[in-house]
Each structure stands twice: as C-alpha cells, then as structure tokens.
Design a protein around this ligand. Structure first.
Ligand SMILES: [Zn+2]
Length: 313
C-alpha cells in the first residue's frame, strides 16, 4: 500500500522534469526549490496557515514545479492541523525532508551534539509516515558545527542514519523581507506592499545571478542550484512571480532529487561557512575570502531593507 501511494504521489506532480535524473550538464541553468521551517501554523496578516500552504502549492502546481518541504515539526507538523499541511505537500508529489524538531542552533553552547541529534530523530518519527519522505537533513541556520567535534559528529551521525546533508547553493534572505512584509501589514492591512514585492523579486534575481557566477568561478560550470526559501507569507503571495522570473531569465526547474544528484553535493568542505551556501563554504575552504560581490550574499537582505526604508517602508 505504501509503495502504491508513493507511486501515485510521484506521478500526481505535474512537473515535466520529474523524470530527469540529473540535469546539471552545463547547457542550461537549472534550479530546485526548497522551503524550510514548514509547515508554519502561526497567524499572519492576509492569509490563514491553510491558505498560505495552499497558495504555495497552487503556484508550484500551476508551473509544474516539484519542490521539497523541510519540516521543522514543532512549527506545526507535530499536531494534526500542521501534519495535514505537510501531507498536502507530500500528496502533491513534493519531497519531504527533515529540518529538526524545534530549530535549535548547533553553534549555540547551550545545544549539545546529542541534543541536536535527538531533535533530528524526533522529527524523523513524525515525517517518516509521509509518502514523500526522504532521508535529507537541512541544517538549521545552515550551521554545520562551530567545533570540529560537532561538525564531524554530525557528519558521522548523518552517515550512520543514512541521511544526507541537503545542501543549499542558492541562499536567499526571503525570511528578512517576509519580516518586513508582515510588520507593514500588521500596522496597516491596506498598505501598498508592491515595493516589497519588487524588492523581493530583485533580491532573488541578484542572489541567483551571483551564485551562478560563483559556481562558474569554483566549478567552471553551471551546477544544479538548490535554492532556499521558507514556508511563509511572502512566498504564499508571490511565489508565482518568483517562478515566472526564473523562467524569464531562461532558467529551468528540476526536482530536488535531480539537483542533489549533481556531484557537487557530494563535497564536504573543510571549512563549512556558518549560515551560508555550499558555494560560500567552498570559497572559504579554498581561501578565496571576500571576493567581489561577497557582501551582498551575506548581508541578510540589508541592501533591500535599506532601500525600502528610503521609500518610507
Ligand atoms: Zn530553518
């Protein structure tokens, strides 16, 4: 029964690229979408948690994009209402990955390696029942350990449990612009938020182009990009536009499974850069330091937030 349901779920996703095994052949830039911290049951302006979840799924379905949801179970999936939202992703053919139980920070002195690992096992118990379940772990805050003991302890833990590190190559600060969006709408539900939409799209485009350039610098080719976003209001409202923008840029979509088959994701950089993309970790390991354009990749969206302030937002 489980196998049959899995079969159904794979083919209920309408993405034409679902059968591609690996498309990072250097001829076209590809990207896979991944959404962290979901499903999120918190209240926001405009849309209920169910509406936000459905809006993201509808946008993906309209464009035939198969994505991955990385579950932080205490945000909702540990209760029936939130589990149903995660199941909707799974039923639509999206992959389900692990993003811990309560989103602890591996770099915090208060969080032991054992506690951090237990969080992964606790989340695993909840998501393992979903057909789209994959043994993929997405590090919280993209932090892989601030000491060699934590870093290596996690690497061997993942191996032992047959999990892989679900790296991010194309990191965005959607969460930062989402904070701005919700703050503006909480203050005034009728506010004109179109400048935030434009800033968000420009932010995604800038990061995409910069990480593409970095992939050429480090790998001499277009790697299959794995992009990080979050399960939040900004994507519920404007994911359609984000997808369309990538299409207009000439990029094509692949599944997270296909993207992670790119051999670049087998690498384990010696110097994992905290909170950052695999490409930045590679640059750091190679001693490239602060290359041209580096600031905009690590500014948490400061550039866009500052520009919005100038516009009175
Ligand atoms: Zn997260």
């Amino acid at each position: 029964m489980k196998l049959f349901r899995h079969y159904l779920s794979v083919f209920s996703c309408t993405c034409a690229s679902a059968l591609l095994l690996f498309a990072g052949d250097g001829h076209a830039q590809t990207v896979a979408f991944t959404f962290d911290d979901g499903p999120q049951l918190e209240q926001t302006p405009k849309l209920s948690p169910q509406q936000r979840n459905q809006a993201m799924l509808d946008a993906l379905a309209r464009h035939g994009v198969c994505a991955a949801l990385f579950v932080t179970a205490a945000n909702g999936a540990n209760q029936p209402a939130g589990y149903a939202l995660a199941k909707a992703w799974s039923d639509a053919g999206h992959a389900i990955g692990n993003h811990s139980m309560t989103h602890p920070d591996l770099h915090s002195e208060k969080v032991s390696l054992a506690q951090y690992q237990q969080e992964i096992l606790d989340c695993d118990k909840i998501i393992t029942t979903l057909p789209g379940y994959q043994k993929w772990y997405r590090y919280t805050y993209l932090r892989e350990g601030n000491t060699p003991e934590k870093r290596d302890g996690m690497r061997s833990f993942l191996k032992q449990h047959d999990y892989r590190n679900a790296y991010v190559s194309l990191d965005t600060s959607d969460w930062r612009l989402n904070e701005k969006l919700t703050a503006v709408l909480k203050k005034n539900p009728q506010a004109d938020v179109s400048p935030i939409k434009r800033a968000y799209l420009a932010h995604v485009r800038q990061r995409a182009e910069a990480y593409r350039a970095l992939s050429w610098q480090l790998q001499g080719r277009d790697i299959a990009q794995v992009m990080l976003m979050h399960h939040n209001l900004i994507n519920a409202l404007w994911l359609d536009d984000v997808i369309q923008q990538f299409r207009d840029m000439g990029w094509s979509f692949i599944t997270p499974t296909a993207a992670l088959n790119d051999p670049v994701y087998q690498l384990m950089p010696e110097r994992a850069a905290a909170g950052q993309s695999l490409l930045l970790s590679m640059a750091k390991t190679l001693g490239l330091g602060k290359f041209a354009g580096w600031e905009r990749l690590v500014d948490d969206g400061d550039f866009e937030i500052e520009a919005l302030k100038q516009q009175g937002l």
